[in-house]
Design a protein around this ligand. Structure first.
Ligand SMILES: NC(=O)c1ccc[n+]([C@@H]2O[C@H](COP(=O)([O-])OP(=O)(O)OC[C@H]3O[C@@H](n4cnc5c(N)ncnc54)[C@H](OP(=O)(O)O)[C@@H]3O)[C@@H](O)[C@H]2O)c1
Length: 378
């Protein structure tokens, strides 16, 4: 394929639940793209059956091996790679290295804190020096909550973020694997006076009072989340704690047991064998593609209490269809990067790269979130 004929955006993992939603929104933005993945057959089937309006999209399907060399050859001549192949701590390094080699901006849909820390520490500077964006975690979890936090921080003098994130619906196959593998193999951190502090690993479930309902919600540190990593680079913020989960209480009650059992059963295995065993356990929990999201069922609540010595702010964003929010945010990032440089090169969150008001506007204009509810006492 000659450089000039190369489509500018590559969706890697386009056959997946999230990848095909990214393709759907790229079509709506009128952006030509390559739908890439490990199986041409699965990619073709996903495009034809799961991307509404695909007959009017400017795209091609490319099967590619999951190696840095093959991915570099595919990415060369493109400008932006949108990666949806997770767990990212396991499958991400080849994709990031290929982006650097092919000089492409990189975004992904991770919620894995350890993957963010790795990218920040090992790749951020190299991407910055190349003038490229490295933006892991541009996704409902946790960009929507980040927008809420940034809205609170428009009030000066607030240095502490207490964040809750909740969603309703079924996790996808890779999401279930990611949640389990992440919970079983990596530490979770919160931010205290700009330092990472480890959550107590077996503290059990937290009972949260979240906006919009009387019943207490059950929550977990959920792997620490992306916020402590993003806000560690924000001079306004010193402390960040995040708790989250799904609205489904029986599922939340089961999560600590499933994780503890998987941890115990795999603790003596070598890393590869351990991953395979954990992926198998995850497949026992979820091994089918969930249905297309339904706004009456798939709801999201992102709530941020921000405080400082003499001020408080609270922001809630009620939304729906988390995976759609994720697909849209990814497509919007591609559209923006094809037209102008990001606000910050190197390692940056979605809000740091594109602006929180802009991303809020995008989610609002596609009907995926309500207007934020903001209360300020400062
Ligand atoms: N933070 C958030 O809000 C958020 C939102 C959405 C997704 N995510 C994350 O994004 C990731 C993808 O989620 P999903 O919903 O799209 O899951 P999915 O439907 O299971 O799709 C996974 C994709 O990865 C591909 N894949 C899996 N193993 C691979 C391998 N060894 N080599 C190459 N490709 C491989 C699959 O290809 P095949 O089709 O060939 O199997 C498929 O395209 C997960 O880690 C999930 O946690 C996060």
């Amino acid at each position: 394929m000659s450089k000039s004929s190369k489509k500018p955006v590559v969706v890697y993992g386009a056959s997946g639940y999230t990848g095909r939603l990214v393709c759907e929104y790229l079509r709506e933005y009128g952006i030509p793209f390559i739908a890439a993945g490990r199986s041409k057959e699965k990619l073709d089937a996903a495009m034809q059956a799961n991307v509404p309006g695909i007959e009017t999209a400017d795209f091609e399907v490319v099967e590619v091996a999951h190696t840095t060399e093959a991915l570099t050859a595919l990415f060369r001549g493109a400008s932006v790679v949108l990666n949806t192949v997770g767990p990212f701590a396991r499958f991400g390094p080849e994709v990031v290295q290929a982006c650097l080699a092919a000089k492409c901006h990189y975004t992904d849909t991770t919620g894995e804190q350890d993957w963010l820390i790795t990218l920040d520490q090992e790749y951020g500077e190299r991407f910055a020096n190349a003038g490229l964006l490295l933006s892991p975690g541009l996704a409902q979890m946790y960009t929507t909550g980040e927008i809420a936090a940034q809205l609170c921080l428009e009030t000066p003098g607030l240095d502490t973020l207490d964040i809750a994130v909740f969603w309703g619906g079924s996790p996808t196959i890779a999401s279930t694997q990611t949640i389990l593998v992440n919970a079983a193999t990596s530490k979770a951190f919160y931010l205290q006076q700009d330092q990472y502090v480890e959550w107590q690993p077996d503290a059990g479930l937290y009972h949260l009072s979240i906006p919009g309902q009387h019943e207490a919600a059950l929550a977990l540190p959920w792997g620490g989340t992306s916020h402590p990593v993003w806000f560690r680079r924000d001079p306004r913020v010193a402390n960040v704690k995040v708790l989250g989960g799904v609205f489904n209480k029986p599922l939340m009650l089961g999560v600590p047991q499933i994780v503890a059992a998987a941890l115990e059963a795999t603790k003596d295995l070598a890393p590869d064998a351990r991953y395979e065993a954990l992926a198998k356990t995850a497949a026992g929990v979820m091994n089918t593609m969930p249905p297309r999201e339904n706004p009456r069922i798939n709801k999201s609540v992102d709530s941020v209490h921000a405080s400082g010595p003499l001020g408080r702010a609270h922001c809630v964003i009620y939304g729906n269809c988390n995976y759609k929010q994720t697909g849209l945010l990814q497509a919007h990032a591609a559209m923006s990067l094809l037209q102008q440089a990001p606000l910050r090169a190197g390692f940056a969150s979605g809000c740091q790269a594109f602006g929180h008001r802009e991303l809020l506007g995008v989610l609002r204009s596609f009907g995926l979130v309500q207007p934020p509810v903001i209360t300020v006492h400062a």
